[in-house]
Design a protein around this ligand. Structure first.
Ligand code: UDP
Length: 472
């Protein structure tokens, strides 16, 4: 098939989890809007999520089967965000690794000019390199957290002996508790050792691939964007990518079927005063113990502000007695998937309680909202530092332990939830300053993606470079 000489043909291969796939599809739209021809490589269930959000004829979906049965996964279990039993996550990762040969066949057949693939698919570098195709990595995070994890690598040996430590060599003094970071090297030899393997391979190809596409914008974290370039090499900051979803229809379709009817949610928000509602959501896959959910419920109630709260857990044995009656009209609990972009950008919303997943964090920044930060795992504790200490738009709820396992995570009490929500939603100089700063960052974010803005320009520069590469 090959590609026409005048058009750049980019093949995007997203990792199958909402927090990775959604921003990558947004990136696809940005490049397509600038004249690239795009192929998104994915599997049937994920294609069904992506397809309704695409209305550009230069974007094609190329579908390969997902080997669910081969790896003991239920039929249709093709996206990590769809509440897999935790013990199935390893099988899911192994099934993804089995896509290596199909990926190679696709490259042989389509011969794209470049591949943009997720950080969690490091083997795509080797396959692409063997076919002479440049590979760009999509990290799904920001420059700050990459610099922070790089700094952690440099002091990891001594951390065990300390309760807290300062990350070396960063432009700001960032102090972390030992319990807020996970040393992946320590997982080697355990059932979770597969993560060590992925991270090791991802680090190994880091210095070899063509460069990195970041969902961030230069003005948000200039010192870290510069430092990251020095350490990791070529980097293009092209975000915030979610801002490409301008119409309400596009925003409401993002991520698939919503359990809360979009209209019900918006009607509810319409009935509330501007900036009065707090929105609480923990991304696409975070579950909690019943005990924690109960404390959250009571905390939101105690804070006294209207709220929309997205709960991914099934079942309701955690719901406090008489809760639904007490919060009627004041709180809306959405079970499952919510139209997050629409909610965050509704004028009634005045604050965001987030797990600090990078997409949510950046979507909160774009909406100009101050945040309560409640990191759980992954790079979320670094993102919290960025939001609270570097950008000055967050209040930490007090989460201190990095923990994937729901039942092992320490429970934060209702009073901590209420106090953090009140600090963000309330009045006073400190809260006003946080709001002002959040609004300012939201405006900067919008300027970055407009014509002439830094992210807009970086897309152009990258495309030109890739076109040159294609020609020579
Ligand atoms: N999201 C959404 N509705 C939900 C939950 C999440 O639209 O009910 C979207 C959210 O807008 C974000 C992504 O899913 O774009 C979650 O990514 P993030 O990096 O915040 O967290 P992760 O899911 O990777 O932990």
């Amino acid at each position: 098939m090959g590609s026409e000489p005048s058009h750049l043909h980019m093949l995007f291969f997203p990792y199958m989890a909402q927090g990775h796939m959604l921003p990558m599809v947004d990136i696809v739209k940005l490049f397509a809007a600038r004249g690239a021809r795009i192929t998104i490589l994915t599997t049937p269930v994920n294609a069904a999520i992506i397809r309704p959000t695409i209305d550009d004829s230069s974007i094609h979906l190329h579908i390969i089967p997902f080997p669910s049965a081969e790896f003991g996964l239920p039929d249709g279990c093709e996206n990590r965000s769809f509440v897999l039993p935790e013990d199935k996550r390893i099988d899911f990762i192994r099934a993804i690794a089995a896509l290596r040969n199909p990926f190679d066949s696709v490259l042989e057949h389509l011969r794209p000019d470049c591949v943009v693939s997720d950080y969690f698919l490091p083997w795509t570098y080797h396959v692409a390199a063997a076919r002479g195709i440049p590979r760009l990595v999509f990290h799904g995070t920001n420059n700050f957290s990459l610099c922070a994890s790089n700094a952690f690598e440099r002091c990891r040996e001594i951390v065990d002996k300390l309760d807290s430590f300062v990350l070396p060599g960063l432009p700001h003094r960032i102090e972390m508790l030992k319990t807020q970071v996970l040393d992946f090297k320590k997982l080697a030899g355990t059932p979770l050792g597969i993560f060590t393997e992925i991270f090791d391979e991802a680090e190994e190809v880091e210095g070899k691939h063509y460069g990195a596409v970041m969902n961030s914008f230069y003005e948000l974290e200039p010192e870290y964007a510069d430092q990251n370039r020095k350490v990791k090499g070529k980097t293009w900051n092209v975000g915030p990518v979610s801002l490409c979803n301008k119409e309400a229809a596009g925003m409401s379709l993002r991520g698939g079927k919503h359990s809360a009817s979009v209209n019900e949610c918006l009607d509810w928000l319409e009935s509330k005063a501007a900036g009065s509602v707090v929105y609480m959501c923990f991304g696409s896959g975070s579950l909690f113990s019943g005990e924690q959910l109960r404390e959250m419920a009571l905390g939101l109630e105690e804070a006294g502000h209207p709220f929309v709260w997205v709960v991914r857990n099934e079942g309701d044995d955690w719901v406090p007695e008489g809760y639904e009656e007490r919060i009627a009209g004041k709180g809306m609990v959405v079970r499952g998937w919510a139209p997050q972009l629409l909610i965050l950008n509704h004028g009634a919303v005045g604050g965001f309680v987030s797990h600090c997943g990078w997409n949510s964090s950046l979507e909160g920044i774009c909406a100009g909202l101050p945040m309560v930060t409640w990191p759980l795992y992954a790079e979320q504790f670094f993102n919290e530092k960025l939001l609270v200490e570097v950008l000055g738009v967050g209040v930490a709820v007090g989460s201190k332990v990095y923990e994937f396992r729901v039942e092992m995570r320490p429970v934060l009490e209702a009073s901590a939830v209420a106090a953090a929500v009140r600090r963000v939603m309330g009045g006073g100089e400190e809260a006003e300053e946080r709001r002002r700063r959040a609004k300012e960052l939201g405006e900067m974010a919008r300027r970055a993606v407009e014509k002439g803005g830094s992210s807009f320009e970086e897309i152009g520069i990258l495309m030109e470079e890739l076109m040159d590469l294609k020609k020579h």
